[in-house]
Design a protein around this ligand. Sequence first.
Ligand SMILES: Nc1ccn([C@H]2C[C@H](O)[C@@H](COP(=O)(O)OP(=O)(O)OP(=O)(O)O)O2)c(=O)n1
Length: 132
Amino acid sequence: MDMGKEKEEVSLETLSKKMDDFAKARDWEKYHSPRNLLLAMVGEVGELSEIFQWRGEVERGLPDWKEEDKVHLGEELSDVLLYLVRLSDACGVDLGKAALRKLELNAIKYPAPKPTDHCGDSSDNTKLKEDN
Ligand SMILES: Nc1ccn([C@H]2C[C@H](O)[C@@H](COP(=O)(O)OP(=O)(O)OP(=O)(O)O)O2)c(=O)n1
């Protein structure tokens, strides 16, 4: 999707600050409780799912999709992300830090096979199959 702009770096902190400004400017902080934000996010996940509903399997990169459908997809993905960031803030969770820690835990739980594993011991791969 080319919006004709330079690629802009976006941090979770930036999104968090913008959501905070958005809520404050409308006096909506009172509505942004953890439970409300969770329900709002799940609603947006539903809207995101609708875009894929009945399409059958979709090729990576969505080469056959119309541009307007991709723009719509970006909007729904953004709604989910923005509510997730806001929910994390409302719960006092540092989402970036938590996600990095979770990636480390994932790597321990699902170790990548070493090159030698292909021709020898496959116990790690067996565990991967069982867990998935
Ligand atoms: N109380 C609210 C309502 C909205 N938003 C923000 C976060 C979302 O990014 C977006 C959601 O807006 P809508 O509820 O209007 O949802 P959609 O944009 O998906 O519109 P629609 O449901 O009509 O498709 O607005 C918010 O922060 N707090």
